[in-house]
Design a protein around this ligand. Structure first.
Ligand code: ADP
Ligand code: MG
Length: 280
């Protein structure tokens, strides 16, 4: 088994609810290699959060195996290592802030590992720089914008030096600008530092930066492909209750109307620039 990967082998998770069993994840097999940017979309209740918690060993599968960097989440002795390999970021930024100063928040994890002060400092510096928060290091996190708070949460996860980052609906409480900024940060972490990003969302708009898109429905993976290809076949997405992002639909409509616009455009800014050039 290669290190630096997340592997799910026939994974099922059932919850006991009032004496009956409810299947949240249903026989999922999946390999995510280090350095992939995976978007995971699904409706409410489709099993996204359960899948995220299975991957970092917060919960165990009732069937099958979850293997992270060669370590089985079913093995108690591996859990600490697994959690250091997989960083998690959740929906509500306020629930993830612990300290009164940004850099103290980011230092919390490595300090708990009782690392030497110099190493803690180096990790904090690196993590703040990676998410672009160096200037705000002495600020109070609760006074920052939602998007900045999520970046603090990401920096705190990064300070543990994870190979993989799982973000469970991190954009859902952000305004459009904060959301864009967060997606850009994730793209940088993925491209520059080769950190695996698993971005969970129910907004297809969030998926334009991913290089692989998974659609989850009733605990099963219905689609697994390259976003651009899935967006180019909207009928298939519609069958599972989704539509391509608005920007992609707009580009498709303009192309259908005979305008020479590149299929790969996925930001409003790029589209605006292209249209301006067309009209020159
Ligand atoms: P999503 O994150 O896609 O909204 P979840 O993984 O939270 O989906 O939930 C999947 C299914 O499992 C839902 O039907 C939900 O009600 C159920 N579920 C999630 N967590 C628990 C739990 N701790 N106990 C019982 N049922 C749960
Ligand atoms: Mg969820």
């Amino acid at each position: 088994m290669p290190s630096g990967s997340i592997e799910l082998v026939n994974v099922t998770k059932e919850y006991q609810v009032c004496g009956t069993r409810k299947t949240a994840v249903n026989n999922v097999s999946l390999t995510i290699r280090q350095g992939e940017f995976v978007g995971l979309v699904g409706m409410n209740g489709s099993g996204k959060s359960t899948l995220a918690r299975l991957i970092n060993g917060l919960i165990r599968p009732t069937g099958g195996r979850v293997i992270v960097n060669g370590l089985d989440t079913g093995d108690n002795n591996s859990l600490q290592a697994i959690r250091s390999h997989v960083g998690m970021v959740f929906q509500n930024p306020d629930n993830q802030l612990i300290s009164a100063i940004v850099e103290e928040d980011v230092a919390f994890g490595p300090e708990n590992l009782r690392l030497p002060a110099k190493e803690v400092q180096a990790r904090v510096d690196w993590a703040l720089q990676a998410v672009g928060l160096v200037e705000l290091r002495h600020h109070a996190p609760h006074l920052l914008s939602g998007g900045q708070k999520q970046k603090v949460a990401i920096a705190s996860a990064l300070a543990m030096r994870p190979d993989h980052l799982i973000l469970d609906e991190p954009t859902s409480m952000l305004d459009p600008a904060g959301r864009q900024e967060l997606l850009e940060t994730l793209t940088i972490l993925n491209k520059q530092y080769n950190i695996t990003v698993v971005l969970i969302s129910h907004y297809m708009e969030d998926m334009v930066r991913a290089n692989r898109l998974l659609v989850l429905d009733h605990g099963a993976i219905l689609l697994d492909g390259v976003p651009g290809q899935l967006f180019a076949a909207p009928e298939e997405l519609a069958r599972v209750g989704f539509a391509p992002p608005g920007i992609v639909r707009l580009v498709n409509n303009l192309r259908a109307g005979g305008y020479e616009i590149d299929q790969g455009i996925d930001t409003v800014q790029e589209l605006v620039e292209t249209i301006c050039q067309l009209s020159r």
